[in-house]
Write a protein that binds this ligand. Sequence first.
Ligand SMILES: NC(=O)c1ccc[n+]([C@@H]2O[C@H](COP(=O)([O-])OP(=O)(O)OC[C@H]3O[C@@H](n4cnc5c(N)ncnc54)[C@H](OP(=O)(O)O)[C@@H]3O)[C@@H](O)[C@H]2O)c1
Length: 226
Amino acid sequence: MIALVTGGNRGIGREVCRGLAERGHTVLLTARSLEAATAAAEEIGGDVVPVRLDVTSERDVVDAAALVTERHGHLDVLVNNAAITYDTWQGAASADLEVVRAAAETNLYGPWRLVQELLPLLRESAHPRIVNVSSEAASLTNMGGGTPAYGTTKVALNALTRMLAAELRNDGVLVNAICPGWVATDMGGPGGRPVAEGAAGILWAATLPDDGPTGGFFRDGRPLPW
Ligand SMILES: NC(=O)c1ccc[n+]([C@@H]2O[C@H](COP(=O)([O-])OP(=O)(O)OC[C@H]3O[C@@H](n4cnc5c(N)ncnc54)[C@H](OP(=O)(O)O)[C@@H]3O)[C@@H](O)[C@H]2O)c1
């Protein structure tokens, strides 16, 4: 199985790469710095290939798709993990819209572009899976104020998840949004749970059986309210 993970150099993304490698996948560990991708791939070991990929760069995404085409001819798993701007310092009423726009480039348009470019390769897979790493902060059911760039871009990512799942259902592509919970990473800060626990629900979605769910929002394999 061939998997591509964005933001694989640290945090939850690196742990997802480790978990997929342990399950016998060939993992394209992508990061916006090739140096960082290489260091993480070496630390994990196994069949983990470092690839430079900034999700906001159309050129990088096209190049990554070309590399997968050339080396493997198909892709089984895409994990859209990279994200930025947990903006606890601002509220929607006075948010800096340039900050929101920049967050959308990484958190929404990045995953969207990757799906579009990699879809022909996913369609060549017998068991294609797309995992969009989201957050409970995107749940409209309990939404209050705060973290406007992060929240709105993850809500949009959830909407994209629903649309893709519906459009790709007949092709057998399972598409789900996964919240890892509060995890102790650079983004999550101290006090969250260990990265392995956050990664587990993502690995679950990346390795679902063919009759598994699609178009869902989950944490730890259990549904979350949209
Ligand atoms: N930690 C939590 O408590 C928590 C809770 C809910 C959801 N999540 C979600 O879980 C995912 C992983 O979060 P994390 O806690 O592991 O975050 P993190 O420690 O801040 O790591 C973020 C990763 O994204 C990468 N990245 C940022 N911009 C990128 C770009 N333009 N192109 C490619 N990679 C880029 C970073 O690369 P660089 O090293 O180059 O910056 C880094 O590898 C995110 O989607 C996040 O929203 C996290």
